[in-house]
Design a protein around this ligand. Structure first.
Ligand code: AMP
Length: 416
């Protein structure tokens, strides 16, 4: 790569070898999140969010991070193309336009990569077709990701576009962990198996934890608990995922903000036969009206803790169900791994909620697990240990950064 010494915000006629910026796009069904990063020092240049796309109350919030105030646009943004064009205009207003020769690539978060994609992949027509073929197993997510990719391709047809898959980190799961115990022919005909999600976060956090411990990731067995509005656990042995809690879709596993996590599958036919609910109604119930929100009406852990502290019984039961499920997974993954070197908390709840961390590991001293109350109470954006000094198993809080991981994987692939 040619040495880059000039002001990162300047444009100019430089060769593609000077390109050092990556735009990360995370396209949801009605939202687009974006971040522009400078890969020379892995810093953020700008971030933004377009939400409620297609509604009259659409909103774009753009935050320049190297000087300048956040800016907001309100009013209908019809579709993803308009959203991305609006984001591009905001970036251009900061001297960070997508036409800049300093932009090396666009990295897309793609939720479902099936079994085929275990690595970040430069998007070709064939790759896009395969992402489309996976729509039946990711009907909510992959169509939005495809729209984001097509729109970005239209804006910069000459630029490498890279897909970074949420499922990729989990493709190392052994067959005995990935398969459901259902009829093999039926499962294979419909690609039914456990894929796992949040993989970019689990990959990033397990690597950062090894750095925190000052040991090679190859030597470590870890349980990573990604507790955000969506939540998942994974067992990582020597840097490779061997088990994770989400399955065919992100519905399986832990209790989440609005998703039930594990339920007896017979609940679904029971609701159909006895309650007369349609498939779509059951889908909405389990994905949007369950989990913490279904149990107590709130999905924000801050609010739930506030209610618990005021003696609210529904909130207390919701908290206890959430913690009980988490503890079951920590125990199960300890058995899967045989030896655990670290348990790591990440994402919105994992990084910020000391009561969740304390309760999740309470009573697990027999597993070598303990949380030091003073260390747990510290609020920080840095990776840190919260286990006592002499603990057999390290307990850590490691902030996740999926956008940085996507940018890093994207840049590594296109940069030579
Ligand atoms: P994420 O999906 O990773 O952005 O996490 C979002 C969730 O994190 C919210 O729904 C809250 O439940 C939780 N959260 C965020 N900040 C805090 C906090 N300070 N204390 C407890 N929970 C928090």
């Amino acid at each position: 790569m040619t040495a880059v010494t000039t002001d990162p915000t300047s444009g100019g006629s430089r060769s593609m070898n000077d390109a050092h910026r990556v735009l990360v796009l995370n396209s949801g069904s009605s939202s687009v999140k974006y971040q522009l990063l400078d890969m020379r020092d892995r810093s953020r240049l700008a971030t933004g969010l377009v939400e409620r796309i297609g509604e009259s109350s659409s909103r774009l919030v753009h935050t320049p991070l190297k000087g300048g105030e956040p800016r907001e646009r309100a009013g209908r943004i019809a579709d993803h193309e308009e959203a991305l064009r609006a984001a591009a205009e905001e970036l251009a207003a900061d001297g960070l336009g997508l036409d800049s020769p300093e932009l090396a690539a666009i990295g897309h978060r793609v939720v479902h990569g099936g079994l085929k994609f275990s690595e970040p992949t430069v998007i070709t027509d064939e790759v896009l077709k395969e992402i489309e073929r996976l729509v039946p197993v990711a009907p909510l997510h992959n169509p939005a990701n495809i729209t984001g990719i097509r729109t970005a391709q239209a804006l910069r047809p000459d630029l490498p576009q890279v897909a970074v898959f949420d499922t990729a980190f989990h493709t190392t799961m052994p067959e005995h962990a990935a398969r459901y115990a259902i009829d093999v022919e039926t499962a294979d005909a419909h690609r039914i198996r456990r894929y796992g999600f949040h993989g970019t976060s689990h990959a990033y956090v397990s690597r950062r934890t090894a750095e925190l411990l000052g040991r090679p990731v190859a030597e470590l067995n870890m349980i990573v608990l990604h507790l955000g509005n969506g939540a998942s656990a994974s067992a990582v042995a020597g840097g490779r995922c061997v088990e994770t809690s989400m399955g065919l879709t992100p519905l399986e596993g832990l209790v989440m903000g609005t998703r039930s996590g594990d339920v007896d599958p017979a609940v679904t036919f029971h609701l159909k036969r006895v309650a007369g609910m349609s498939t779509d109604e059951i889908d909405t119930l389990l994905n949007k009206r369950s989990g913490l929100v279904g149990l107590c009406g709130d999905n924000d852990m801050r609010e739930i803790r506030r209610r618990v502290d005021e003696g609210d019984e529904r909130a207390a039961l919701a908290f206890d169900i959430y913690i009980h499920r988490l503890k079951k997974y920590v125990g199960a993954y300890s058995a899967v791994l045989g030896r655990v070197d670290a348990v790591v908390f990440t994402a919105g709840v994992g990084e910020n909620s000391a009561p969740v961390r304390e309760a999740a590991l309470a009573g697990l001293e027999g597993f070598g697990l303990a949380v030091d109350a003073d260390r747990n109470a510290v609020r920080s954006g840095e990776p840190r240990l919260i286990s006592p000094e002499d603990a057999r198993v390290a307990v850590a809080v490691v902030p996740t950064d999926e956008e940085l991981e996507i940018a890093g994987q994207t840049f590594e692939l296109v940069h030579n």
